[in-house]
Design a binder for this molecule. Structure first.
Ligand SMILES: Cc1cc2nc3c(=O)[nH]c(=O)nc-3n(C[C@H](O)[C@H](O)[C@H](O)COP(=O)(O)OP(=O)(O)OC[C@H]3O[C@@H](n4cnc5c(N)ncnc54)[C@H](O)[C@@H]3O)c2cc1C
Length: 392
């Protein structure tokens, strides 16, 4: 038996949101309630990405939501955060898809791309007619992408790409891959390239057997002498800073998304605890230890909401630092994973079944803790900021 989501607003933060922000959240929440909740357990069980929802999400303006023009919604960063929160209340895999399409593909095209690249890709990606993936991680280089071995060699008016990418979200369903490679010249700088996935020499293979993010497509990419026109280079890219700027966008959305997963777990546990009776026919919610767990969760969720909201307001004001985003991603994903574990405990045996969303969120959050900078790498990023010493 599933419960209808009640929302979590212990600190009355809703009173401070604008009408537009509340409208965006309501739209995303209704979309998830009507379209995602009814099918997500089946998708998860059968390892299926619900592709049929892509055009609907495009119509609602969820892709490239913060971009102005090109058919995008031009939302504020706080509004976009509320969208990712609601998406991940549904499932982290769905939010991952939105993050990759928006923050890791449309953002670099918009920020680093030529006018022609922008007009070719952005309007179609906003509608969900064209899908993207982001290839940074390699089998041998995850936390340390600067070690990448994928290379791009200039030959006349083409680049020729060779290399392997791993753990790439949406790799098998993408029309275009944003591939990060070192250019074989005197500088060996990392640059971004738009690689159409039907080019000879490009191959995507799906990673199966995941116990996490099962409703999301994860792939390995192989590039063997892939020829692309020199005009497919993203001209504004130069150095590792460029992909890290994209990751910052995505990490920001994840910080909100994790709140959504945590709210789903907490809300389920709260409603369950009020209904479930043990000892003297009393609801377990009336026992002190259960209350302590519920209080821990609502307190941590409230703190996470404040953190993401403040980072979002800084981002909208143009004053956010990458260290702020690292703190929000690191804290909120940890908090959500703890909420999933505590909620599972409150549901007892029922907590391990697919009748409730908790185990699914818990398994998803293990990936979310690792990708986009692991929990510990974010500690090192923040540590470097406050001490001035890099400890990688
Ligand atoms: C489901 C999923 C989807 C993904 N999607 C994408 C995608 O779309 N595009 C993409 O490019 N990548 C993607 N990734 C890859 C992801 O970003 C990497 O997994 C992540 O960066 C960590 O790299 P790694 O797995 O190689 O771990 P490693 O870098 O090998 O780290 C292993 C452990 O060592 C720790 N560690 C590493 N270095 C240090 C250090 N200096 N000090 C202390 N501890 C350290 C880490 O914190 C971690 O605990 C995805 C991953 C997953 C699981």
């Amino acid at each position: 038996m599933a419960f209808k989501f009640q929302g979590v607003d212990f600190l009355h933060l809703d009173a401070g949101f604008s009408e537009d922000e509340l409208l965006v959240r309501r739209t995303a929440r209704d979309f998830v309630e009507d379209n995602v909740i009814p099918i997500i357990e089946e998708c998860y069980r059968t390892e299926r990405f619900p592709r049929e929802l892509v055009p609907v999400m495009g119509e609602l303006g969820f892709f490239g939501a913060t971009i102005d023009g090109y058919g995008c919604a031009g939302m504020s960063n706080v509004e976009y955060g509320l969208v990712t929160q609601e998406m991940e209340r549904g499932d982290s895999g769905l939010r991952s898809f939105v993050s990759v399409q928006s923050a890791l593909c449309m953002y670099p095209i918009y920020t680093f791309g030529s006018d022609e690249q922008k007009s070719t890709w952005l309007p179609a990606m906003a509608k969900g007619e064209k899908l993207g993936c982001f290839g940074l991680t390699e089998p041998g280089f995850g936390s340390n992408p600067g070690g990448m071995t994928t290379v791009a060699r200039k030959s006349g008016d083409e680049f020729i790409l060779n290399g392997e990418k791993m753990w790439i979200t949406s790799g098998n369903i993408a029309d275009v891959a944003v591939i990060w490679a070192k250019v074989e010249d005197k500088d060996h700088k990392v640059r971004g390239f738009l690689v159409e996935t039907d080019r000879p020499g490009f191959r995507a293979y799906e990673v199966h057997g995941k116990w996490s993010l099962r409703a999301s497509v994860t792939s390995g990419l192989s590039l063997q002498d892939v020829h692309i026109p020199a005009t497919n280079l993203l001209p504004g890219t130069g150095g590792l800073k460029s992909p890290l700027m994209c990751l910052n966008q995505a990490r920001y959305g994840i910080s909100w998304g994790a709140i959504g997963a945590a709210m789903s777990c907490y809300d389920t546990a709260l409603q369950y605890a009020k209904a479930r009776k043990q000892f003297h026919n009393q609801p377990i919610a009336s026992h002190q230890l259960i209350q302590d767990k519920l209080v821990w969760m609502v307190t941590e969720i409230s703190k996470a909401q404040l953190l993401s909201l403040q980072v979002g307001r800084l981002k909208d004001a143009g004053t956010v630092g990458h260290q702020h985003i690292s703190m929000a991603k690191r804290n909120n994903v940890w908090m959500a994973l703890e909420c999933a574990r505590i909620s599972r405990d409150i549901l007892g045996a029922n907590g391990i079944t697919e009748d409730y969303p908790i185990m699914r969120h818990m398994m998803n959050l293990e990936s979310v803790k690792t990708y986009e900078g692991t929990h510990d790498i974010h500690a090192l990023i923040i540590g470097q900021h406050i001490t001035g010493s890099g400890a990688y």
